[in-house]
Each structure stands twice: as structure tokens, then as C-alpha cells.
Design a binder for this molecule. Structure first.
Ligand code: PLP
Length: 229
């Protein structure tokens, strides 16, 4: 078995264990393999091992890999998870299946307008600044309900839920707090009538805490592909 296949298997079994610990079903937690800086040949190895969803942070790097793996296009879900500037929305609207880090209405409006007819709606999440750090990107929690309502009516997007990258914390309780806050924000959106189902939260270092608090999609790079250079 390749190193990548073994790593994937280990991550899948960690997800299953964390889900079980939380009284959840492993199949309710999707694994997004974060492949930034990872060459196409290595992504192919992960694909051969059964992985089907990949996350990229940089527009140019992402589209180059989508092109290099065009033969697998119909079978892979490509997620754009990095910050997105308005002058780069077109290629993302044309090439990706998901965008996780929407942080203002203007970006969502452009993505909707630029999504080609004939493609499924672009699946999107709002990035929330859940740890309230001045340096981190994302929308303040208080602004999420209004932004969500505005995005939900855009014709070529489908609002799926919320995403966050909390400040790093070592102890499990401190890790869980911001994830719990994101979950309650998603519950609030549901109670207001929005049909949202996705909590994109948890990375290699805090995946268990995220799953304990209801993550439906974990974004894992290092634990699958090794440390980035
Ligand atoms: C790089 C990255 C990840 C993966 O982080 P790891 O610690 O390598 O698992 C997840 N989400 C986002 C937004 C990232 O940029």
C-alpha cells in the first residue's frame, strides 16, 4: 500500500473513532483532502485509494491541477477553500464545485453571475471569524444571518453552510469552543428557515474536536499528504 493510501486509511479510521465517540455516524463526516502544494501525481494516488474530494487554496495552482487531472473531472469534487479576491471569481465559478470561504456578498454575487449555465449550482459556505481575531478572515458572527439570507436567493449558488478556521489551541476544550459556536450559528440559520446542512470545520490538528461538535466536512492536508515544505 502507498504511503498516501495508508495515511488516508488512518485518517478515515480516526474520523470513524471520533464520530463514534460523539455518538455520530462516520458517514456523516465527509473527508476533504486538502491538496495545496501537492503535485497531480500524488493526488492521483489518493484518487486510486478512493478519495474523491480535494481542496485547493490558490486559484492558479488549483486550475492547473484540475487541467492535469481532467480525465478524472467527472468523478472528483473540487473545493476552493482559500480566500477569494473579486478579480479571480470567474475561473473559480467556471472550474470548481464548491467554495468554502465566502466573506462578502459581492464575491457571492460575482460567482453566481459567472457560474456557467448548464453546470450545477456552485455549492458555497460562508467563512465565519469565529475566534474573533483581528487578523483572521471571515465574517463576524453577528453579520452571518443577513449575509446568509442574501446569498440564499442568488440563482446559481446553493448555500450549504458555514466554515471556520479557529485560532490554534492545544487543549481539547479550548479547541471545541469555537466549533460549538459555529454549530449554534448554523442551528440559528436553520431556525430562520434556511436549508443549510454543512459545517466545514476541523483540520489535521483539531479534527476530533470539530467532529465532537458536529463537523460534517473536515479539511485535512498534513495528515494525508505529510507536512508542507
Ligand atoms: C491548509 C488548509 C487546511 C488543511 O490543514 P492541515 O493542517 O494541513 O490539515 C484546511 N483548511 C484550510 C482553509 C487550509 O488552508
Amino acid at each position: 500500500m502507498s504511503v498516501i493510501a495508508a495515511n488516508l486509511q488512518a485518517v478515515e479510521s480516526d474520523i470513524a473513532a471520533a464520530a463514534q465517540q460523539a455518538g455520530r455516524t462516520a458517514s456523516d463526516v465527509a473527508l476533504l483532502a486538502v491538496s495545496k502544494t501537492v503535485p497531480p501525481a500524488t493526488i492521483r494516488e489518493a484518487y486510486a485509494a478512493g478519495q474523491r474530494a480535494f481542496g485547493e487554496n490558490y486559484v492558479q495552482e488549483g486550475v492547473e491541477k484540475i487541467a492535469a487531472l481532467a480525465d478524472l473531472r467527472g468523478d472528483i469534487g473540487w473545493h476552493f477553500i482559500g480566500p477569494l479576491q473579486s478579480n479571480k471569481t470567474r475561473v473559480v465559478a467556471e472550474q470548481f464545485d464548491w467554495v468554502h470561504a465566502i466573506d462578502r456578498l459581492k464575491i457571492a454575487e460575482r460567482l453566481s453571475a459567472q457560474r456557467p449555465a448548464g453546470l450545477a449550482p456552485l455549492q458555497v459556505c460562508i467563512q465565519v471569524n469565529i475566534s474573533d481575531e483581528a487578523s483572521k478572515s471571515g465574517v463576524a458572527p453577528a453579520e452571518v444571518p443577513a449575509l446568509a439570507q442574501a446569498i440564499a436567493v442568488l440563482p446559481n449558488l446553493r448555500l450549504r453552510g458555514l466554515m471556520a478556521i479557529p485560532a490554534p489551541a492545544d487543549d481539547p476544550d479550548a479547541q471545541r469552543r469555537p466549533f460549538a459556536a459555529l454549530r449554534s450559528l448554523l442551528d440559528q440559520l436553520r431556525q430562520s428557515g434556511l436549508n443549510v446542512d454543512t459545517l466545514s470545520m476541523g483540520m489535521s490538528a483539531d479534527m476530533d474536536a470539530a467532529i465532537a461538535e458536529g463537523a460534517t466536512l473536515v479539511r485535512i492536508g498534513t495528515a494525508i499528504f505529510g507536512a508542507r515544505g
